[in-house]
Design a protein around this ligand. Structure first.
Ligand SMILES: NC(=O)c1ccc[n+]([C@@H]2O[C@H](COP(=O)([O-])OP(=O)(O)OC[C@H]3O[C@@H](n4cnc5c(N)ncnc54)[C@H](OP(=O)(O)O)[C@@H]3O)[C@@H](O)[C@H]2O)c1
Length: 100
């Protein structure tokens, strides 16, 4: 067991180069991961691969530059994991504003 076990993590940019490596590491630590990106197909390929390794993940297709996209992320996390412990905001976006 690690201190990250069962932590509920939002990972934006999950399907990108760094994101897919971070998701792999989080799954090794047995986190529950909301994988976020806009391209649903890329997310589903990643989530299927992680689930086949025993990871607890959900794919959330959302554009985090949009308020409705960010709302969707939190709604999905609430619905599947009853909340969020950690936000890893890794998507390649430069926008200086509050996340919610
Ligand atoms: N790679 C490096 O060497 C390096 C070095 C220093 C810093 N960084 C930073 O690390 C972060 C990740 O880099 P990377 O190389 O992994 O980038 P990447 O391969 O281009 O991946 C970007 C990820 O962000 C997602 N994304 C982009 N716009 C989005 C939006 N509006 N809403 C939701 N998701 C969005 C993309 O998925 P969709 O297109 O499907 O949305 C993809 O999953 C970036 O912020 C980058 O600036 C990277």
């Amino acid at each position: 067991m690690t201190h990250l076990q069962n932590a509920r993590v939002i990972l934006t940019g999950a399907s990108g180069g760094l994101g897919s490596h971070i998701s792999q590491q989080l799954s090794i630590h047995q986190c529950k991961i909301g994988l976020v990106g806009r391209n649903k197909q890329r997310l589903e390929i990643l989530s299927k691969r992680l689930q086949e390794q025993g990871a607890d993940v959900i794919a959330i297709d959302a554009d985090i530059t949009l308020a409705e996209g960010r709302d969707k992320v939190f709604q999905q996390m609430q619905q599947h994991y009853q909340g969020v412990d950690i936000l890893i905001n890794n998507a390649a976006i430069m926008q200086f504003a509050e996340f919610v």
